[in-house]
Write a protein that binds this ligand. Sequence first.
Ligand code: 3H9
Length: 678
Amino acid sequence: MTSPIRTERQDNVLVIISDNPPVNALGQAVRAGLASGIEEAVGDDSVKAVVIRCDGRTFFAGADITEFGKPPQGPSLPEALDKLEASDKPVVAAIHGMALGGGCEVALACHYRIAVPSAKMGLPEVKLGLIPGAAGTQRLPRLVGAQAALPLVAIGDPISAKKAQGIGLLDGIVEEGKLAEEAISFAQSKIGQPVARSSEGQANQDGVKNPAIFDDFRAKHARKMRGFDAPNAAIEAVKAAGELSYADGVKKERELFTTLMTGTQSAAMRHYFFAERAANKIDDVPADTPLIDIAKVGIIGAGTMGGGIAMNFLSAGIPVTILEMKQDALDRGTAVMRKNYENAAKRGRMTSEQVEAAMGLLTPTLEYDDLADCDLVIEAVYESMDVKKQVFAKLDEVVKDGAILATNTSYLNVDEIALATKRPGYVLGLHFFSPANIMKLLEIVRGEKTRGDVLATSMKLSKKIGKVAAVSGVCPGFIGNRMLSKRQEQANQLIMEGANYWDVDDVLLEFGFPMGPFQMGDLAGIDIGWHRDPSKVTTVREALCAVGRFGQKAGKGFYDYDEARQRTPSDEVRQIISEFAAKEGSEQREISKDEIRERLLYPMVNEGAKILDEGMAQRASDIDVVWINGYGWPLHTGGPMFWASTVGLDEVVAGLERHGLEVSGYLLQKAQAGERFG
Ligand code: 3H9
């Protein structure tokens, strides 16, 4: 097999080049090639300097994640990088694309780093439940200081070349397209000078002088870090870089790295990394399916949902025509979109020019005919089959042939909606989640007749508008809401049987969800869909509405809220629930948190198994993608199906049986065979 690494001579400079598509991951052959490249340079007296660069779309994007968990094959990345840094001949990293993880560590081990303006650098290991493991946590603080290193190592977002230069991570930025030649001149300019080794840097002393930066950082990011092990390990490693010698710091990093690498969280997060990418692939739609050009989008309905959906396209530079039935609703919807953009600008997330550019792409209208030349129309009107059918019949009449017609329904039958048109092949569901301009998930609902190019185009478009997509078949509630309904059923049942409703919420919070179902009800408004007749009480929710407990907006719902929106359980609600339970003849008893957790989560897994069995999801990992991105399922557990496998499917089955709940044949069969999902 030919090596992915080759060397080329340019005068007295040896250029080590990696060509390992798609992202120059640092697999064994690359590490071996790097090590022998550097040996070649050191052993050849006519070589006076070295440049390391990559072919293809990016500099090294990190260790090869597919090798994790397999028996290690030398040389290790730390070994290769120590060799590189030890060279007395200057070594220059020439960066384009992304220098991520192990790739950033390669750059850190080089004596100098230059990049093109579009390059990015970062240590995203924390997003895989890890910390850098090739001395990145020790070299980086010594080079740029602990304060600047902390967010890079513990949050893991990449930074621009400009920012990297600002903190001292880059020594120069060179013109786009001239990286190869500029790197050689740069390397030659360093010949004869003592090399600058990051491991010998002193910038880490900022953390020793002011140790409060570590606790401050922890406090500032507490919410983001909640439940995750890796960020704390990352902070510890950066702190160690100031307190320990380089050699001891590297040892500390290795200990922390190994503990994380062998733990469940990292396995779960690595599973998710590949799950997100697998979800892009539609089994029977070839990757080279010709796509439909989407140059203009129509949205029907300028309410919260329609407006939010429209913003996704506007932000991506795609013109949108938005339709409403009445002028005042249209004006209101447009004004809300502008306000949302202006708020984003106030928070520094956009410039005012970007706000104007996005709003400039919006055409409000009251006329269906104005949608005629749209390539994609998404309907976001009231959830009624009759209304949706009317809308689709009208769209079929006015919108050009070959355009995609999508419904944003969250549970209605997409096949039935498609039959209102003469082109069911062009109809599908694009289920956005509220707030649609923010939530990451897009469920792509594949109708019985939906064409391959319509699906492939929607998938591609989802990436363009920054969504994470997964395909669902047509079934009530699709993947996400169908499973949610099982959890909600149990939540309601549990409080009827005597569980404290705050325990139900707390169990989910402790598991890692951002909130529980009753908090969620308070946030959304308990009166959504209420019939507004206080004398007609058939559910707990109606009982709460009857006494004005509409949720957070009223200062009280399931909980009482103070001015800081802190919740306290309410005696009144407890009373209402127990009266209601008595009326229903439901006996109340004490219910443990373990029982609550099992009854909330195991039925979801069971429903997920049914969804798989029916072919409504292509793969178990797609279900994980839906729940992590649409419903706040904690990433560090890998999603419901991965989590179930870590619990053990036999244990899930036993739990369901213990609580007298349904066990699907598919789940039972998997459990009995000792299998996992996926
Ligand atoms: C690390 O470095 C640990 C070290 O500190 C310690 C060492 C001791 N490995 O995302 P895309 C595949 S941890 C293997 O669709 P994009 C990916 O699965 C690592 N494969 O492209 C996909 O395959 P397929 C730290 C990888 O342009 C294909 O490449 N680094 C890896 O949207 C294309 O990927 C990271 O965490 C990998 N490292 O985004 C960076 N990376 O076509 C991880 C990608 O079969 N990578 N693949 O589905 C990324 O964030 C994105 O891939 C990147 C490109 C931004 C680079």
